[in-house]
Design a protein around this ligand. Structure first.
Ligand code: GRF
Length: 198
């Protein structure tokens, strides 16, 4: 089995990236994490990746005049790494078609809600305000529609009466890690693929 070469995009803590790295320690896992990119130089996840011997790269969005300029530079960098797949994991950037189109069907994201509910930011606060009884996480293919691409896998957790955004986020995060590892395996093994043409 040829393991798929995966790059992970992060902006911060990188716990989902860490979960993918740990899953890929199993030689039978169909993917390996070969590269990590952050748009923030101080992202905590960078030091974990470096300690694991994974190459890292920082591309600051602040040094680019527009979203398209940043995405053009990021795409060029990603192309240079001979990657098969890209996992966004807490990558806090809205991506434009300049970046998405070349990777369509090969780029995925984890979002902390049961999509299509609660696209965008502050999902825990909004779920609590609505009084929903379940929340969760979704791994989906990235398309130009924000948080709107085809769903690969989901995991749900209960919302408890005393929850705060922090306690709910912590419960969701626990299910995100195995969920993302499972979703990446489904895509890397070819079990699931995105239909990119009609
Ligand atoms: C996760 O909750 C993920 O769903 C969201 O941002 C958070 C990133 O956490 N997109 P981490 O950086 O992976 O720890």
């Amino acid at each position: 089995m040829q393991r798929k070469r995966v790059g992970v995009l992060i902006s911060g803590r990188g716990s989902n990236m860490q979960a993918l790295v740990e899953a890929a320690r199993d030689p039978s896992y169909p993917a390996e994490i070969v590269h990590v990119v952050s748009n923030k130089p101080d992202a905590l996840g960078l030091s974990y990746a470096t300690a694991q011997g994974i190459s890292t790269y920082v591309l600051s969005h602040r040094s680019h005049a527009s979203r398209e300029d940043f995405d053009t530079a990021l795409n060029a960098h990603l192309q240079s790494q001979a990657l098969d797949l890209i996992c966004c994991a807490g990558f806090m950037r809205i991506m434009t078609p300049v970046l998405i189109t070349p990777w369509l069907g090969k780029i995925m994201n984890i979002h902390p809600s049961l999509l299509p509910a609660y696209k965008g930011l502050h999902t825990y606060e909004r779920a609590l305000a609505d009084g929903v009884k379940a929340h969760g996480a979704t791994v989906h293919f990235v398309t130009p529609e924000l948080d709107g691409g085809p769903i690969i896998a989901q995991a749900a957790v209960p919302v408890l009466p005393d929850d705060t955004p922090e306690t709910l986020a912590a419960r969701v995060l626990k299910v995100e890690h195995p969920l993302y590892a499972k979703a990446l395996a489904l895509v890397a093994s070819g079990t699931i693929h995105m239909k990119t043409s009609p």
